[in-house]
Design a protein around this ligand. Structure first.
Ligand code: ZN
Length: 459
């Protein structure tokens, strides 16, 4: 790919952004998160925002920017996040996670930038900032734009809801534009029309009051790690259905027609398996692979620990065992209710001889964007313009809990114009984002604004 001098500059700026280790989960990186917020503020200013500010929260700051032309014109609010997932396990990265480099891959022969946050969500946020710059340079912006870029998305957006509730006037808009999702492939764009919700739990099983000698006590004492494994095993039945009573009560069942529509998206099971190095898929009986990871709720252990995990052997029965467990939810499950159902059921699984504590972390609702809205139609036309092929509506398996929150608080729908690919390895070692995707995003976003305004005028 021959880059123009402007594209080279965009690429260099993006790589500077990626050098800041803005890991929101780890307090050790607090200052770096702050630095990233300042970087975003400057970038917004440089792109042409007339007003920018950093808003402090009890956690990490929110960056706000605006380019307001006229209050009679429609307003688009761009949301994204500048914080990133921890890079661990760092030893599995081929290059350091905060030293971005461009490398060619099979999917990205033109090169991809490898770094934590390359795609999620620094790369995708930066496309919007540069799209503003391009539109202003070409004098083609015909509406108001606001930016709200937060620093706590990867840790549950704890302070964003409060900010949104208290700043409805400031955030007043007609539509919200978000690039924090993916598309089917570089040749087949898609627009996310739905996201799963989330309920995140942490459990601790406590047995004896101290770690015990497994020879002296083994056999007579409930071992918290064994018990925790038993309890986790009981959370699914043989059909891989979640056994928590009431878990499926509110689940929206899709019609066969909707399921047929979804099945039109190109999908190759062999490619899917080989891309993640497995020889078989598994999941809930009665649903295909794609349905299992989008329209069906799930329960997964995200981490499990306890006892001796150092080198060599230590014969010990640990006093405590822990696990982090997340559930992906679908419309119309209520995450608070699911958290309670989990908590009650999990506690009920504990045998005598151990104590169980359940901690409820964050959660969020699932979300659906109708395809018959002007916002969706504008996005559809935008992808069609730049990819030369109509995008397919697709339900995503991930969660962005703030999307349903925006709808509730601001009364506005969000359009999820993602440009990432499943192969980008977001949240994993060697996260990367294709130059093709990055520049295609910068090209496609202005087309969205163009069609959005045009469609509104036709109304
Ligand atoms: Zn993200």
């Amino acid at each position: 790919m021959d880059l123009t001098s402007t594209q080279k500059r965009f690429l260099n700026e993006w790589m500077d952004f990626l050098k800041i280790p803005s890991v929101s989960a780890d307090p050790e990186f607090k200052n770096d998160v702050k630095t990233a917020a300042e970087w975003v503020k400057n970038a917004l200013q440089k792109a042409g925002c007339l007003k920018t500010e950093i808003i402090k929260t009890p956690g990490h700051p929110i960056v706000y920017g605006e380019y307001l032309i006229d209050s009679s014109l429609p307003t688009v609010l761009v949301y994204g996040h500048y914080d990133v997932q921890p890079p661990d396990p760092v030893e599995l990265w081929d290059s350091p996670p905060f030293e971005p480099i461009v490398k060619a891959t099979e999917i990205h022969p033109d090169g991809a930038v490898f770094a934590r946050g390359a795609c999620d969500d620094k790369g995708q946020v930066f496309m919007h900032i540069k799209a503003l710059e391009v539109m202003l340079n070409e004098g083609e912006l015909d509406c108001n734009i606001k930016f709200m870029i937060e620093g706590e998305e990867e840790v549950g957006s704890d302070n964003l809801e409060e900010f949104v509730k208290n700043n409805k006037e400031k955030l007043n808009c007609d539509i919200i534009l978000i690039s924090d999702t993916g598309m089917i492939s570089k040749t087949q764009p898609s627009i996310s029309t739905g996201l799963r919700g989330l309920s995140y739990m942490e459990v601790t099983v406590t047995g004896p009051n101290r770690d015990l000698h497994s020879g002296l006590y083994g056999g007579s004492v409930a071992n918290p790690i064994n018990i925790l494994c038993d309890m986790i095993a009981k959370l699914h039945d043989k059909d891989r259905k979640v056994t928590i009573p009431g878990f499926y009560d509110r689940v929206e069942e899709l019609s066969q027609e909707d399921r047929n529509e979804m099945a039109k998206a190109p999908f190759d099971l062999e490619e899917f398996k080989s891309s993640i190095g497995i020889n078989a898929v598994q999941g809930e009986a009665g649903y295909n692979n794609e349905e299992r990871r989008t329209i069906r709720p799930t329960l997964d252990v995200n981490g499990i620990w306890g006892g001796y995990i150092g080198e060599g052997a230590k014969t010990v029965i640990a006093s405590k065992a822990h696990a982090k467990i997340s559930m992906r939810l679908v419309p119309d499950q209520e995450w608070n209710e699911i958290s309670d159902l989990f908590s009650n059921y999990f506690t009920s699984l504990a045998p005598e001889g151990v104590k169980v504590e359940v901690l409820k972390h964050h959660g969020g609702y699932a979300y659906v964007t109708p395809t018959d809205t002007i916002g969706y139609q504008a996005a559809h036309k935008a992808y069609n313009d730049t990819f030369g092929i109509a995008p397919i509506p697709s339900r995503g398996g991930g969660s962005i809990p703030i999307v349903p929150m925006f709808e509730k608080e601001l009364g506005v729908k969000s359009i999820l114009m993602g440009f990432g690919l499943d192969s980008d390895a977001i949240h994993s070692p060697n996260e990367h984002y294709g130059l093709f995707n990055f520049f295609k995003g910068i090209e496609t976003i202005p087309r969205f604004y163009h069609h959005y305004i045009a469609l509104l005028r036709q109304q």
